[in-house]
Design a protein. Sequence first.
Length: 130
Amino acid sequence: MQPYREGGLNEFVHKLPGPTLYPSNLILKRGLTDIQMLWAWHQDVIRGTIIRRNGSIYLLGRESQPVLWWNFTGAYPVKWVGPELRAESNTVAVETVELVHRGLSRPQSGSVPGVVPGPVGAKVNATFNL
């Protein structure tokens, strides 16, 4: 949406269609694991090798089957926050990766292989096209 003021009409502003904006980055949080793919991708960006990747984020149901799905395009990591490591705490170590992207889409569950409609659980997974 782009505002447009027409000369001589002061009581309203036209709102013309424009490009869709994605105002926020994707923020992925996960428990600390030994999976190196995200870390290596972030390190490549730091060294100046920016490779945009497409990926998917899916929400798993109670039986660990995907029930909701979001695809993102043209993403790369811009921020990495490591876990707080406190010896006196028994909290789970969580790391955060922030991705800029060029768009989001949410295909209908019937159009995505393996997506089963059903009750939503609390697990979220992300995959990336390497």
